[in-house]
Design a protein around this ligand. Structure first.
Ligand code: ADP
Length: 246
């Protein structure tokens, strides 16, 4: 369909004969945010690895942006196509300011040094202002990243990914270790981002998933066990059974 951004169909991958992903299908619309839940070992990380090209599926199709077959591309190429991934541990440059972290992310590694020593164009300055505003760090642009809270560092790293202008952002447990206030703000922040981009959030914190207020996909044994609103999914008897471990 025209509005589909990401399309996985019948995807499987095995490690040493163990099927981590088993006939997985997923459709994500342009501008949609989706929460992925599921018990440990359900295949959430492996699914993200497949989307970003870190792991190549044994079978199945992965299409991005209509006709681009991701299974034929490596990680670097997939990042260039517009898929950004945020891992749990933030990797900001602690000894640089918030703003310079974004300048560095905007320029890419090759021209990083020159980016710090040259004047920004008006376009770049506007982009950085917009990102600072989105990640709730506009008033802290001159702070050293080292002095940010854990949650603010996570936001800065999301900002660094936004500098790459991804069409799809993959986020792994963004609120782990955050305060309640930061968690609530992160839900709003991601909803803001999802106004112009698609987002996949892997999350264990069900309160946070509720705050996101988006469609939920529950994985189990490498397949989709249930999909729909959080209320629908959390009332599904099979979902209850896998979470209670019966
Ligand atoms: P989740 O992120 O939902 O906890 P994973 O995708 O990390 O699940 O793992 C799914 C299953 O695949 C687990 O049983 C895990 O042990 C296995 N697995 C994942 N990656 C590898 C790997 N590189 N080699 C062997 N087994 C793996």
């Amino acid at each position: 369909a025209k509005d589909t951004l990401l399309y996985l169909d019948g995807v499987s991958v095995s490690f040493d004969g163990f099927r981590a992903i088993n006939n997985l299908s997923l459709v994500l619309q342009l501008g949609e945010m989706r929460a992925i839940i599921g018990p440990n070992g359900a295949g959430k990380t492996t699914m993200m690895d497949i989307i970003t090209g870190k792991t190549r599926p044994d079978s199945g199709e992965v299409y991005f942006n209509g006709t681009v077959d991701l299974t034929g591309h490596d990680e670097a190429a997939i990042a260039m196509l517009g898929i950004g991934r945020k891992f749990q541990k933030p990797t900001v440059f602690e000894s640089h300011t918030v703003e310079d972290n974004l300048v560095l992310a905007l320029s890419g590694p090759r021209s990083a040094l020159s980016a710090l020593f040259h004047r920004q164009s008006q376009d770049e300055a506007d982009r950085i202002d917009e990102i600072l505003y989105t990640i709730r760090l506009f008033d802290r642009r001159h702070w050293l990243a080292a002095n940010l809270s854990h949650g603010q560092k996570q936001w800065l790293e999301i900002g660094m990914l936004l500098a790459q202008d991804p069409k799809l952002l993959l986020v792994d447990e963004p609120v782990a270790g955050m305060t309640d206030a930061e968690t609530a703000e992160t839900a709003k922040l991601l909803r803001d981002i999802a106004r112009t981009r698609s987002v996949i959030v892997v999350e264990h914190d069900m309160h946070f998933v509720r705050e996101l207020g988006v469609k939920v996909t529950c994985l189990h044994e490498g397949s989709v066990l249930a999909e729909g609103s959080l209320d629908h999914v959390s009332n599904d008897q099979r979902v209850i059974e896998v979470y209670l471990g019966r």
